[in-house]
Each structure stands twice: as C-alpha cells, then as structure tokens.
Design a protein around this ligand. Sequence first.
Ligand code: FES
Length: 274
Amino acid sequence: MTTLEDVSTTPVVLGGVRGGPPVPTLRKDRWWIQPVVTVTVLTAFVAYATWAAFVNKDYYVGATMHRDLISPFYSPCLTESCVPGSHPGTIITWWQISPALLILIFPLGFRLTCYYYRKAYYRSFWWAPPACAVADAHGSYKGESRFPLIMQNVHRYFFYAGLIFNVLLTIDAVMAFRQPGVGLGFSVGTAVLCVNACLLWLYSVSCHACRHICGGGLKKFSDHRIRHRIWKTLTPLNAHHMVFAWMSLVFVALTDVYVRLVASGTIHDYGFHF
Ligand code: FES
C-alpha cells in the first residue's frame, strides 16, 4: 500500500504558530509583482490625493467657461472659501483651510476599511504575509482583535456615508450637462464625471458589507424574496469587487486631474450643446 510518507519528500509541519522564524518560500513564480504594484499605485494615489486636497484651487470649472464641472475631491464644497458657483450656498463658515479636507475623510475611511484594500495593504505594506505560501514578516499574529485594527469594523458605516457621496457625485454628473450661458450640452468633462459616478456605484454595490446588508443574516431566503433577489444581483458584482476597487480609485484621481487641467486653462473641454 502507498502512504503519504512514500510519495512526499517535503517535510511539512502542521499546526505551527503563525510567523516564527522566516523560511524561504518554495514558490518559483514572481509572487512579488503583485505587492510591488499595489505599493506603487496606492502610494502614488495617496501622494496625489494629499497634494490635490491641500492645493485648494483649480477644482471647479464654472460659468466663465460655460461649464459646471467639479472635482470629486472637492464635492460637496461646503465652506465659505469655495469658489463661486461650486457650492449651492455657504454652509460652514468657520472652516478656513481647503474644503477637500473636510470631506475626504469619508471616502478615505471607506477605502481604508474596505475588505479588499485591507488584504492588499496588509500583504503589500505590512507583509502579513506578502503572498500565499510566503512567510509572514512578523513573529506573531493578533488579527483585527485590538486597537487600532479593531476599528476596521466600522466599514459598514463608511459604506453608508459612501452612498451619500455617490448620490452627490451622481448629481454633479447630471449637473455637468449644464452649460451656463449656452444651455444643455455634452462634453468630455460630462463623460468623465458620468463614468466616475458609475465606477463609484459599482465599487459600492459590489462591497462585501453591502452584500451582507442585503442578503446576510437570513435563515431562509424563501421568506425574503426581495432581499434574495437583490443578493443574487449583487453576488456576481461582488466577485469583481477588486477590479471595481482599482478602476474607481484610478479614475477618481483622473477625474480630478481632468477638471484641474480644464480649470487651470491647460486644456480645453471639448463638447457640444443641444
Ligand atoms: S468591502 Fe470593499 S468597499 Fe466594502
């Protein structure tokens, strides 16, 4: 009779403590590419978003250019310092620095606590572990059971806040069809804001917390037909959450870049009116 010991030559220890002395991985593929790409893109995004949030100018293309385009980093623009036309009315008078800093906390918190991004940055930045079958860089593992990582549990509430922002950015996309002084129209900027809003909705509705809110905690789907139907619709989207996470992250930055280039007069926002 052939036993497992007869066919295996690789010593395997089961039930060991996670971490421990680092051992070389047996993987021969380029497993490190994914962490390197993740670190590069996330670092670039954080650096750009930080600069864009503090620079506090060129975030709105208004009536002087016959457009109504606002950067997603500055919407909703709620402070007295917002440029004319970029906000429906002054709401906060005591905030004197960039209005973006007032709102970015919510999208940032949503992304930071996202189940997918957690996996991505735990692996890439913290090496815990950097990839499947590659040793953890840390000697012990506490999971998300203590401060500060236990705060990741607020993800569901950031999801709710994210929905509000999605609605506001969708309104911005609709308002981008306005061409003040001309009428209604369509431009590259309109398309950019519409695509941005769509990608943010896809990112939100494919969220794991969203899927759980819609169909989780039920004993029998047959007693909750509407929730079951929603859950069945969301489940295939949930399988692509990682793709939507990256696409929406990159595109939200590109949207800011586009609005910034038009607002500063670097490029023209080509379009037509009806
Ligand atoms: S799991 Fe990624 S946004 Fe909720």
